[in-house]
Design a protein around this ligand. Structure first.
Ligand code: GAR
Length: 253
């Protein structure tokens, strides 16, 4: 594949983004980051990117969502078939055809249209979500995963999926009394943290460990795992296979 071009979405401090930037700089990942986007204008990771001269842009999700809630938001453009997206999505189960789901997807799709418009300026092979705290809809996913042999959107999640999907993986792991925690890198599908798993790392949770200890142990592993999985992608060593209706990731030797 040569040197791959990587786009990144972030919401926060961007320590995973930094780990990927460092791994590109050291040559571990044969790739470079071509843009960093955020839903949060104050994300610390934007500063990390700017320091490296990487172009950045923001799509203000919070503002768009609050406009829709107040009924002053824009309407979806004609080309968007909301019913088709509601049928495909796997975030809301049972009763997705209600007004809550409609509002949710309308605001997210409007935000995604803005993201996609700003992304047009960049050619990229792989999109990584590095602490991006927004769910992507089939509208966006289908436009990025254009027919290719591999999906093109990767995510890192702070738990050993399929356990503890959602917003607070380390918190959920800790509060459940787990004796082992971990992190997972996976491709994105239409569900919430349900896509094909690429790699995982685990750590012991010892008696006396606090939630902060769990987060620290987990993040240190994330900084190793994410670059390793992106390296596999860049080296063209990942492939997907269907097995009993599930898409699985295989790693070539
Ligand atoms: C990381 O722990 C990442 O796994 C998590 O957010 C943190 C971001 O830290 N991601 C999610 O929870 C995604 N649902 P960072 O901004 O320092 O990379």
């Amino acid at each position: 594949m040569g040197v791959i071009k990587i786009g990144a979405f972030i919401s926060g401090g961007g320590s995973n983004l930094q780990a990927v930037i460092d791994a590109c700089d050291s040559g571990q990942i044969p790739g470079r980051i071509v843009f960093v986007a955020s839903d949060n204008p104050d994300a610390g990771g934007l500063v990390r990117a700017e320091k490296k001269g990487i172009p950045t842009f923001v799509t203000p999700y919070a503002r768009l969502i609050s406009e829709i809630r107040q009924g002053i938001g824009r309407k979806l453009p004609d080309h968007v078939d909301l019913n088709a997206i509601l049928t495909k999505q796997a975030l809301f189960t049972g009763g997705a055809q209600n007004s809550k789901a409609e509002r949710f997807f309308t605001s997210r799709i409007l935000a995604e249209i803005d993201l996609l418009r700003q992304m047009e300026a960049y050619d990229f092979d792989l999109l990584i979500l590095a602490g991006f705290m927004r769910t992507l809809t089939p509208y966006f996913i289908d436009r990025v995963n254009t027919p290719k042999s591999l999906p093109r959107i990767m995510n890192i999640h702070p738990a050993l999926l399929p356990a503890f999907p959602g917003f607070d993986g380390y918190g959920d792991t800790f509060r459940h009394g787990c004796k082992v925690g971990g992190c997972t890198v996976h491709f994105i599908d239409y569900g919430e943290d349900t896509g094909p798993i690429i790699g995982q790392k685990s750590f012991d949770i010892l008696p006396g460990d606090s939630l902060d200890d769990v987060k620290r142990k987990g993040l240190e592993l994330e900084w190793q795992l994410y670059p390793q999985c992106i390296q596999l992608y860049a080296e063209d060593r990942l492939m997907v296979e269907e097995n009993r209706g599930k898409i699985l990731v295989k790693i070539r030797k």
